[in-house]
Design a protein around this ligand. Structure first.
Ligand SMILES: Cc1ncc(COP(=O)(O)O)c(C=O)c1O
Length: 415
C-alpha cells in the first residue's frame, strides 16, 4: 500500500491501525529489497506465506498478468487450464530467448527476475553452504542429471569440434554413460581398481588413455563423486591434475554430492590443484526440491531453452529454509551419516564384515557364507525390505564389479 492509499485508508479506519498495518507491508518490502540487493540466501528462512506473496508480485510483472493486458499476439502466455496456471503462479511465458536460457524474456520481467535470482541463490548455496568456493557460476536446468550432462558435453564440443572420445571412469549407474552416447561420443571406459572391498579410481589408466588416444581427440574426462557401493568417490583432485597437464576438460557427475562435505571438498580441491570445467548435480537429490538439475559452470557455459518451474522450486525451497536451517540440516545429515556408520561398525564388529567409508552410501559387504547361499536372491531380499516399509535400501549381488569376475564376488547391502 503506497502513501496515497494509506492516507485514503486512514479516512475509513483509525490511522493508528492503518499505520501498524502499513508497517507490516513495509517489512515485506524490506525483505524483498534485501533479496534484490544481496542476491543471497537469507539468514532466516521465509514463511511460505511470504514466499507466496513475493512470487505473486513478481508474477504481476509478466505481461500476461498486467491488469489491462490485451494480448493480440500468437504467444501471450495463455494457459488453457486454471489449475495449471495456478500451479505456476500464473508465470506462463517461460524463460530465456532464442535458444539462450540466460537471456531475459521480454514479456516476462517477473519470470526473468526469478530465474536470475534462483541461479544466484544456487551459486550462493554451493559456494557458501557447501564450501565449493572455486565454482564461478551456476545455471539451473529443467532436466535430469544425465541430460544436463549431455548439454555440458555439447557445449564443450563447440570448443573441441574434432574430439570424438570421452574417457569415463566406470560407475554402475547409467545416466552419465547414456549422456556420453547422447552427445555422440565414443566412451573409453576405464575400469576401477579394487582396494580391499572398495572400487577406486584408476588414475594411471585414465592418463594412459589420454596418451593413447591423443588429448586433442578427447572431449573430456568424466568422473563421479557419489555412486553405488562398492565404488567410492573418484579421486577428483588427482584426475583434475591429469586434465590440466594434458589440457583436456574434466566434467564431474556430482549427482548426490552437495549433501556430502567429502564430495564437495574433493571438487573444491580439484579446482585448486587442477582443472575442472563443469560439475553437474541434482536439485531433487540435494535440495529437497521436486525439480531436476544444477549445472555449475567453472570455465565453460551451458545454454538451453527451459520452462521456469525448476528455478521457481529452487527459489522457494532455498528461501523457505534460509541459511540457519539449511546449515543445521546439513549438520544433521553429516551427523546422521557418521552415526549410521558408527552403528554399523559397532553392530558388525564381531563378525567378518567390513564397513568401508562410504562417502554417500552406507554399505557393508558380506563374504560368501553357507548361510547367505541359503538366503533368497538379492531381488527377493529387496522385496522383503520394501514389505517392511524400508525405502532407499538395496541389497544386491555384485559379480565382477571390477576386472576380475572370479576374485570379486560380494553381496553389498546399501541403505
Ligand atoms: C551417479 C548418479 N548419476 C546420476 C543419477 C541420476 O541421474 P538422472 O537424474 O539422469 O536420472 C544418479 C541417480 O541415482 C546417480 O546415482
Amino acid at each position: 500500500m503506497d502513501d496515497k492509499n494509506s492516507a485514503l485508508a486512514a479516512k475509513i479506519i483509525s490511522h493508528t491501525y492503518v499505520d501498524s498495518g502499513v508497517s507490516s507491508i513495509k517489512s515485506v518490502h524490506k525483505r524483498v529489497r534485501d533479496l534484490l540487493a544481496s542476491r543471497s540466501i537469507p539468514q532466516q528462512g521465509w514463511p511460505d506465506s511470504l514466499i507466496d506473496e513475493v512470487i505473486r508480485n513478481f508474477s504481476r510483472m509478466d505481461s500476461n498478468n498486467f491488469l489491462d493486458n490485451v494480448g493480440v499476439g500468437e504467444r501471450e502466455g495463455r494457459v488453457a487450464c486454471g489449475m495449471v496456471a495456478r500451479r505456476h503462479f500464473y508465470l506462463s511465458h517461460g524463460i530465456g530467448r532464442s535458444g539462450d536460457i540466460a537471456a531475459e524474456q521480454p514479456k516476462a520481467a517477473g519470470s526473468s527476475l526469478i530465474v536470475k535470482l534462483a541461479n544466484a541463490l544456487a551459486l550462493d548455496y554451493v559456494r557458501g553452504i557447501c564450501g565449493m568456493r572455486n565454482l564461478k557460476s551456476c545455471v539451473i536446468m529443467p532436466l535430469a542429471t544425465g541430460m544436463s550432462f549431455s548439454m555440458v558435453l555439447l557445449q564443450l564440443r563447440q570448443t573441441r569440434p574434432a574430439a570424438r572420445f570421452a574417457i569415463w571412469q566406470r560407475c554402475d549407474q547409467k545416466s552419465c554413460f547414456k549422456a556420453l552416447l547422447t552427445a555422440g561420443l565414443t566412451p573409453i571406459v576405464v575400469e576401477g581398481v579394487i582396494n580391499g572391498d572398495e572400487v577406486t579410481t584408476n588414475v594411471e589408466a585414465i592418463e594412459a588413455a589420454v596418451k593413447e588416444h591423443g588429448a586433442e581427440n578427447i572431449l573430456c574426462i568424466a568422473v563421479t563423486t557419489s555412486t553405488f557401493a562398492p565404488r567410492v568417490p573418484d579421486d577428483v583432485p588427482a584426475v583434475s591434475k591429469i586434465a590440466k597437464a594434458h589440457n583436456v576438460p574434466l566434467v564431474v557427475n556430482n549427482a548426490y554430492g552437495l549433501q556430502s562435505t567429502r564430495c564437495c571438498h574433493l571438487i573444491n580441491e580439484a579446482c585448486r590443484v587442477g582443472r575442472v570445467d563443469a560439475v553437474v548435480q541434482s536439485t531433487d537429490k540435494n535440495l529437497l526440491v521436486p525439480g531436476k538439475c544444477f549445472a555449475f559452470e567453472i570455465i565453460s557455459c551451458c545454454v538451453i531453452v527451459a520452462c521456469k518451474s525448476d528455478s521457481l522450486s529452487v527459489f522457494n525451497c532455498v528461501f523457505r529454509r534460509g541459511l540457519g536451517d539449511t546449515n543445521s540440516w546439513r549438520g544433521d545429515c553429516d551427523f546422521s551419516v557418521k552415526e549410521v556408520h558408527r552403528g554399523f561398525r559397532e553392530a558388525l564388529s564381531r563378525s567378518r564384515i567390513h564397513v568401508p567409508d562410504p562417502g554417500r552410501l552406507h554399505y557393508f559387504t558380506l563374504a560368501r557364507t553357507r548361510r547367505l547361499e541359503r538366503n533368497p536372491s538379492a531381488p527377493q531380499r529387496n522385496l522383503s525390505l520394501l514389505a517392511r516399509q524400508t525405502r532407499g535400501a538395496c541389497s544386491e549381488t555384485r559379480r565382477a564389479a571390477a576386472q576380475n569376475e572370479a576374485q570379486y564376488d560380494i553381496d553389498s547391502h546399501h541403505c
